[in-house]
Design a binder for this molecule. Sequence first.
Ligand code: PZK
Length: 286
Amino acid sequence: MANAVHLGSGKVRELYALDVERLLLVASDRISTFDVVLPTAIPDKGRVLTGLAGFWFARTRSICANHLLALRPDGRSTECRRLEMLPIECVVRGYLSGSGWKDYRKAGEVCGHRLPTGLRESDRLPEPIFTPATKAQSGHDENITREQAAQIVGAQRFAEAERLSLALYNFAAAYALERGIIIADTKFEFGTDRTGGLVLGDEALTPDSSRFWPADQYAPGGLQPSYDKQYVRDFCEKIGWGNTYCHHELPAEVVEGTRGRYVEAFEQLTTLRFNDYLANPSIVLS
Ligand code: PZK
């Protein structure tokens, strides 16, 4: 990457400029729980996420244009179109969890969506809802109402982002459920290209940008196990860190178990062998 200029770091990813029109998104093997990056990497995690995102980009083209140009042979780097990113997070929730559950308990609504009374934590919603959030520079994103989001990006843009987000979620959630994975909620980031069209960017429909739950263990009425991070959470809980800052090396069996879950998610959703992806990442695109 001799010619790439580093633009920024996320918790587990790096962003580079290749030229004026193209960026390189590189997914590391770092893992975070409860917003803290752990000191131990999960081998191939960045490749699983990159491959899955590429898979979804290829399969959602007819719903929405996206920024993907190519996957690099390393399997963890995505060449993408440089966009003007919208300053809101486009979240869709099909189930009541996380900040959605919190807001519902406090006010009976989420981002201005009035919901039926009597819902339990992790319940499936009558229909998926669009719950935009601000992009906090540091710390936590904050849920905003649809009206606030429309003020930030404009009514027209807002309506388009909402429609596309719901269509993408509906497609992916139905597809994943057939393969044993509940996508409880997900976050999309859109940008605009030079022609002004909305384009899906970032990394979409991965376990890092969504809540994945194993469908065979779904039991509303409380927290659901995480498809990918449950071994890590159980370990942090066991050593007394609960659900806060856990800066402890992960034991080999937790690392291996977690890697297995990521690979399993990849193989279930793509119906490809992960080893075949490693040999030729572009197989997820056809
Ligand atoms: C863009 N981020 C998030 C920050 C990361 C990722 N196609 C695009 N065009 C312009 N900007 C972005 C994208 C994308 N995707 C994404 N910030 C800007 C981010 C830090 C590290 F890996």
